[in-house]
Design a protein around this ligand. Structure first.
Ligand code: ATP
Ligand code: LTN
Length: 333
């Protein structure tokens, strides 16, 4: 499509304030991957309205998220950073793919089951077909790889199945994407309950470190993180609290768990927790500073939004036109 680089697509919802889990498990890897791939990173706002949102709040969070992508180190001149709602092809392709996805497949999606339990008063059709929109996001850009957390793997499998099904009928229309699960930081857990993942929608603010938390708050949250009985810094499944803190430390420093165990051999939980807090503060400081600067630079951000949405629309419509032709819609002359 562009040069000989492979294509990568990923996206995040602007549903809350990003956590360290989102950063370590997604954003940080995105930055590394952006050297190797031609990347599309979307703020997936169409997905966001599957749950009722306050409009002003959604608009603000979506813009902050887009700025955060850049603040985290993604070059917006090189990567296509854009709002999903600015490219109508996502919704158009999603409709077509809806007609190639079975109810039975969607019924099996665990995220749908979880979210319908959580939002029992608003189990809308969008929530049900959410994975089809996600498939459209990916297939629209003919993505070769999709970095996702393990929680999204089922959706990616569905995307592959739908792409293959479509290709079997109409010939090679879609690239069948491969998942990419990062080596480090695959799953950061809640600081208050290490059996759950750290999540931006967690109601307990002490459970998550937010990317915009100030240093004192970060240090305090790390100190208060639940730990296990015993006193040694060991990377063991039986010690999920300490294991999680080691994962955080490793994600921030690039060190391995064994190295971390050695580094803190003979030291106590208190000292280790303080060290975790410090490395998180050090990592997040430049991101926070850049976010503040970029947020003030409205003209620059507006230009990025405009240019990148044009770029995304260009590539999206190429695929969309092809798909429309294949299924039998009339030519546009
Ligand atoms: P929500 O609470 O709204 O479901 P979330 O915090 O779980 O949000 P998502 O929007 O589902 O986050 O995910 C955005 C990206 O961050 C995905 O790639 C996901 O895999 C990754 N991610 C989310 N939470 C974690 C985590 N705790 N550890 C590692 N990666 C994570
Ligand atoms: N469902 C994903 C966000 C998402 C996505 C995508 C990720 C929407 N479309 C396409 C990768 C590729 C989530 O909630 N993390």
């Amino acid at each position: 499509m562009f040069n000989d680089q492979k294509i990568l697509f990923s996206g995040m919802q602007a549903t809350g304030t990003l956590t360290l889990g989102n950063y370590a498990g997604a954003l940080k890897n995105w930055v590394t991957l952006s050297d190797e791939y031609q990347c599309f990173y979307s703020v997936v706002d169409l997905h966001s309205i599957t749950i009722r949102r306050d409009p002003a709040d959604l608009r603000k969070r979506a813009r902050d998220l887009l700025i955060l992508y850049i603040a985290a180190g993604l070059d917006p001149e090189k990567n296509c950073i854009y709002y999903q709602s600015h490219v109508s092809g996502h919704a158009e392709l999603a409709w077509i793919l809806n007609c190639f996805t079975y109810m039975g497949e969607l019924n099996r999606m665990t995220q749908f089951k979880d979210k319908s339990r959580k939002h029992a008063d608003n189990i809308n059709a969008g929530l049900f077909t959410y994975p089809v929109l996600m498939a459209a996001d990916i297939l629209l850009y003919q993505a070769d790889v999709v970095p996702v957390g393990l929680d999204q793997m089922q959706h990616l499998e569905l995307t592959r199945d739908v792409a293959q099904r479509f290709n079997n009928i109409y010939g090679d229309v879609f690239t069948v994407p491969e998942p990419y699960v990062g080596k480090t930081g695959a799953s950061i857990k809640s600081l208050q309950d290490p059996s759950k993942k750290m999540s931006k929608s967690d109601e307990n603010p002490n459970a998550s470190i937010y990317l915009m938390d100030d240093p004192d708050t970060i240090i305090r949250k790390c100190k208060r993180a639940v730990t296990d009985s015993g006193s040694e810094i060991l990377y063991r499944d039986e010690k999920p609290g300490i294991k999680n803190l080691i994962d955080i430390y490793c994600a921030m420093t690039g060190k391995k768990p064994e190295e971390t165990e050695k580094e803190f051999d003979g030291k106590g939980y208190g000292e280790f927790k303080a060290a975790v807090g410090e490395v998180v503060v050090d990592q997040l400081r430049p991101v926070q500073q850049r976010f503040e600067e970029l947020s003030k630079n409205k003209d620059y951000i507006n230009r990025i939004i405009k240019e990148n949405s044009e770029k995304a629309n260009y590539y999206a419509s190429k695929t969309l036109r092809k798909v429309q032709r294949k299924v039998g819609f009339p030519d546009r002359g």
